[in-house]
Design a protein around this ligand. Structure first.
Ligand code: HSE
Length: 296
């Protein structure tokens, strides 16, 4: 019997929590996987479908292959073959965790197909190894807001429920920015005061999550470790964030490594969306606004 799963978009960092905080969003890629008659067949529809390879280099297939290897079932994979259908709703290479959906989707689907040989913790560790950082794959697996890190080569992750009443407005500009490029813009060292500011804020944001305190969580979102260095890669970012705050956003930050921006509010989401869009427009950048919720 086949497997059908959906994997959420994710927004990483949430301001100061670089490579640490991530949140699942109510936008999903779907993945259907079944045994085929010996061959590999991959069909892709939705965002960026033309760019996704439909052979053994496909990211979903590669993730599935790793689970088969770990479960000592590679021969079964070769013999039976797979039929994989992917539908992408998450914008590709925009800072919304599209690559994490492929990795997590592949790992999870293979594990289901084989009757759960691997634990969730093993899947998380494999996902982190494949992605290179934990803050998209961890919330894609666990849902909610996740605090994660890699310590002594092991992935740690703790899930929190999103603070009640949180609404998310995402502005997706009409250009792509690869995570690799966006990470290259980061300096090898940062001023001590900037590191302290981020440590303070991340610690306090965890406290806010424990209390379900949306105001406190969003109040702490200023970042000094990555956003200042990435601003030149995202024309209109500064203007859009300022406009969103002016329009009443409780917090507005770069989503993951960008170029999408995400703003948070209880009310007034429509005005915040318009503000983000007009901020990008000052630099001639068109953007699409998505009104989303945190995903449990
Ligand atoms: N923490 C990662 C980064 C997330 O900011 O590079 C990438 O989506």
């Amino acid at each position: 019997m086949g497997v059908c799963i959906r994997v959420p978009a994710t927004t990483a960092n949430l301001g100061p929590g670089f490579d640490t905080f991530g949140m699942a969003l109510s936008l999903y890629n779907t993945l259907e996987v079944d045994w085929s008659s010996g061959n590999l067949q991959i069909d892709v529809t939705g965002d960026g479908a033309d760019l996704v390879p439909v052979n053994k280099t496909n990211a979903v297939y590669r993730a599935m292959q790793i689970v088969f290897e770990r479960a000592d079932q590679t021969a079964l994979l070769e013999k039976r073959g797979l039929y994989i259908r992917i539908h992408n709703a998450v914008p590709v290479t925009r800072g919304m965790g599209s690559s994490a959906t492929a990795i997590v989707g592949g790992l999870w689907a293979a594990n289901e197909l084989l009757g759960h040989p691997l634990s969730v913790d093993e899947l998380l560790n494999l996902a982190v190894q494949l992605e290179g950082h934990p803050d998209n794959v961890a919330p894609a697996i666990l849902g909610g807001i996740v605090v994660s890190g890699i310590v002594k080569e092991k992935a740690y992750a703790k899930r929190f429920s999103p603070p009640p009443g949180m609404k998310c407005v995402v502005a997706v500009p009409d250009f792509q920015l690869a995570t690799k490029t966006s990470r290259k813009a980061l300096p090898p060292a940062v001023p001590h005061g900037d590191a302290v500011s981020n440590v303070n804020r991340v610690g306090l944001m965890v406290a806010a999550l424990m209390d379900g305190n949306l105001e406190m969580f969003c109040d702490l979102m200023e970042d000094r470790l990555h956003e200042p260095y990435r601003t030149p890669l995202v024309p209109g970012m500064k203007e859009a964030i300022a406009a969103a705050r002016e329009a009443g956003a409780m917090g507005a930050v770069l989503s993951g490594s960008g170029p999408a921006l995400i703003a948070f509010c209880r009310d007034g989401a429509a005005a915040i969306g318009n503000a983000l869009q007009s901020g990008f427009a000052t630099e001639g950048i068109e953007s699409t606004i998505l009104h989303l919720q945190p995903a449990e």
